[in-house]
Design a protein around this ligand. Structure first.
Ligand code: MEV
Length: 315
């Protein structure tokens, strides 16, 4: 696919994500539900210039000269860019691509996948090409595999489609008709502990290798709760969704991927009247989610979570 090179600056973005239910079990073929967080974004801006294609990420003090990298580089920024150039069938132009992001790193909010999708979209747009969601997802999945060896593909999918998804590994996503807000008053709160997803994912894999029957039992129980959550979402039954979230959290504790700080925030949310609360994503830090009764209650819940030690919380 060859498009027309743009002479002007191009900027494209991609959203963060949160897992509503089903994390970890989704790596082993069970369903999970993920939601986009459009208010938190990564951005990639390409400015034509004189120097060979260079990627800069000023927030983290990184500069990458693309010519130093081959197509299978393990540098995530270069890998995303080279995959995008391959997709558009173009060589890297003389330009600088600047990456910025509001998405905290290591917080299980999909910052890596969002950066990859933003880079892919900006490079495609620079050559006046569209990057369809399935291609953006494929590109980000390639980079996700550098971060942890066993990604299910849920993060890149929800971010590339920027829509709530019912996700089963290896199948096309089903797009769901829900939105965080009045219909789904969720609060997301960050422990402030940055943990790379590969650590809890690797520990679950080690436990699964030691005792498959027990761990598969947890995955099956989580899968039942995910189905229950979908039914609850479709009926607008927040109480049932809250119960499923609480039960999902217990199973994640039993899998060993929660931590005292996540448990404390979940307990604080329940004490403040949340219908349900659970850790979200890889765990051992990162974020938890709490389900409020309505949007007014969500604001009070956010305050309660900040008071209980959350480093950030938003609705
Ligand atoms: C990470 O957002 C969700 C996990 O299930 C890992 C994955 O699905 O690749 C923990």
């Amino acid at each position: 696919m060859a498009g027309i090179e743009q002479a002007t600056t191009i900027e494209r973005g991609a959203c963060a994500k949160v897992i509503l239910c089903g994390e970890h079990a989704v790596v082993y073929g069970r369903p999970a539900i993920a939601l986009p967080l459009p208010m938190l974004r990564a951005r990639a801006r390409i400015e034509p210039g004189r120097r060979a294609f260079t990627i800069v990420a000023p927030d983290v003090g990184v500069t990458v000269s693309l010519w130093r990298h081959s197509r299978l580089t393990r540098n995530p920024l270069a890998r995303a860019a080279l995959a995008a150039f391959e997709f558009v069938g173009q060589r890297p132009p003389r330009a600088t691509l600047t990456v910025t992001s509001d998405i905290p790193v290591g917080a299980n909010l999909g910052s890596g996948a969002a950066v990859s999708v933003a880079i892919g979209r900006a490079i495609a747009a620079y050559f006046d090409c569209a990057l369809p969601p399935e291609e953006a997802s494929r590109l980000a999945y390639e980079v996700e595999q550098l971060h942890h060896g066993l990604p299910s593909g849920i993060d890149n999918t929800v971010i590339a489609y920027e829509q709530p998804v019912w996700f089963v590994r290896g199948k096309p996503p089903e797009l769901l008709d829900v939105e965080i807000g009045a219909g789904l008053p969720l609060v997301i709160a960050d422990t402030g502990i940055a943990t790379p997803t590969r650590i809890p994912v690797g520990d679950v894999r080690a436990a699964w290798e030691r005792d498959r029957d027990r761990i598969e039992g947890y995955f099956n129980a989580i899968a039942s709760l995910v189905r229950l959550s979908r039914e609850a979402l479709e009926r607008g039954d927040l109480e049932q969704l809250g119960h499923a979230m609480n039960a999902n959290h217990v199973l994640l504790q039993q899998l060993g991927v929660s931590c005292p700080e996540l448990d404390a925030l979940c307990n604080a949310a329940r004490s403040a009247g949340a219908l349900g609360a659970k850790m979200s994503g890889g765990g051992r830090g990162g974020n938890m989610i709490a389900l409020a009764c309505d949007v007014t209650h969500a604001k009070a819940l956010r305050e309660a979570l900040l008071h209980a030690g959350a480093k950030r919380a938003f609705t």
